[in-house]
Write a protein that binds this ligand. Structure first.
Ligand code: KG4
Ligand code: ZN
Length: 357
């Protein structure tokens, strides 16, 4: 079984071909970093237009690399949300066109489910497992009971962890995206020189908050001689990285406790999303998992950041269960994995369009 995966929910245009035997026949990601860098963040309209420019040729290249034609596809899986609506539309419409012409099923994939199931593309881990999903747009702890079956234990009440890293990097005077820049700069820094607040640290529950931390960095940067010296940049970056890791570890510790009672047979902690590329976080999560009798599974870096292999794989998992979608599947800016989860405290009313994620 060969599934074509298409990802276009944010600023990565991606196409991949994956089989139900976990073979990745092609896995192409075209980053739009250069297009958005001058603005210090992703510009939705530019993202959608770049997807239009590149998606067709990227899919053609993926097929060529895999040495197959459209006729050999068993299904097309395209991200249908959550994400930037214009960007999502480009990938989903392309997927629909290919599925329609090739007369194969379409699978409208939730981008978060792509991240959630990515660990099963590299290892045969069983459900249920505990998932820490940390990316630029999302920061959640979930029990994954099966394909399409998620119990959210906690989410962010303001910024996502990756978003916080990106904003802090901007304040420190580092480039975009912030996560990798902070990790690189922190290598020569002293994480103990500055003390930063750790929002919600030590409190019960599994929700996250990063807005206060970001404000603390703003005040810290303003208190130093500007522009920051390379050593000041490194010390602030190291403090920020260590603090984000502390917060994520504290919240995950609480989630493990819940996981052990709510899903007793589970034995795996999975970390996914772009921030899972962070080495310090991986090391600390590994130690935490081991201390609690769990195994940490962190997908390889190329599977952590946005890619289409995880979307194709989610397609494989759904196709096996007969979970396909009609050509009337809608793109969605908002699409929570666990629609029954209570909104995080302090997030106010659910918006007109529903919960974000
Ligand atoms: O999953 P992803 O590629 O896109 C979203 O769905 O958001 O995650 C991107 C995020 C960005 O905020 C980026 O700064 C962060 O992941 N990131 C990292 C690292 N690499 C990427 N954060 C910390 N350390 C890294 N090495
Ligand atoms: Zn993502």
């Amino acid at each position: 079984m060969i599934v074509l995966g298409i990802e276009s929910s944010c600023d990565e245009t991606a196409a991949a071909l994956v089989t139900d035997q976990r073979e990745v026949l092609a896995d192409l990601v075209l980053s739009q970093l250069k297009d958005h860098a001058p603005f210090g963040g992703v510009v939705p309209e530019i993202a959608a237009r770049r997807h239009i420019d590149h998606l067709d040729s990227l899919i053609a290249r993926a097929l060529k690399e895999a040495g197959i034609g459209f006729g050999q596809l068993d299904a097309v899986a395209a991200t249908a949300g959550p994400g930037l609506i214009g960007a999502v539309m480009v990938g989903l419409m392309t997927g629909k066109a290919i599925a329609s012409v090739c007369r194969v099923p379409l699978i409208a994939v939730n981008h978060l489910e792509g991240h959630a199931l990515s660990a099963r593309l590299i290892a045969s881990i069983e459900f249920p497992f505990l998932l820490l999903l940390v990316s630029g747009g999302h920061c959640q702890l979930l029990i994954v009971d099966g394909v399409g079956a998620y119990r959210r234990l906690g989410t962010t009440i303001d910024d996502a962890a990756g978003e916080a890293l990106d904003k802090a990097a901007k304040l420190i005077g580092l480039g975009y995206p912030g996560g990798p820049a902070i990790e690189r700069t922190a290598k020569t820094g002293d994480p103990r020189r500055f003390a930063l607040p750790r929002p919600l640290h030590g409190r019960p529950g599994c929700d996250f908050s990063f807005a206060g931390l970001k404000t603390a960095v703003l005040h810290l940067v303003e208190s130093l001689p500007n522009p920051l010296s390379p050593q000041d940049q490194a010390d602030v970056a190291a403090a920020f990285q260590a603090t984000v890791a502390d917060v994520l570890i504290d919240r995950t510790t609480n989630a493990i406790r819940t996981f052990k009672t709510a899903a007793a047979q589970g034995s795996t902690l999975v970390v996914a999303g772009g921030v899972a590329a962070n080495t310090l976080l991986r090391e600390r999560l590994k130690a935490l998992a081991e201390a609690n009798g769990l195994t940490l599974l962190a997908p390889p870096l190329r599977l952590c950041t946005d890619n289409a292999a995880m979307i194709a794989w989610a397609g494989v998992e759904r196709l096996r269960l007969g979970l396909t979608d009609g050509l009337d599947a809608s793109p969605r800016a908002r699409w929570p994995l666990d629609p029954l989860a209570e909104p995080a405290p302090g997030t106010g009313r659910v918006g007109r369009l529903g919960r974000k994620a």
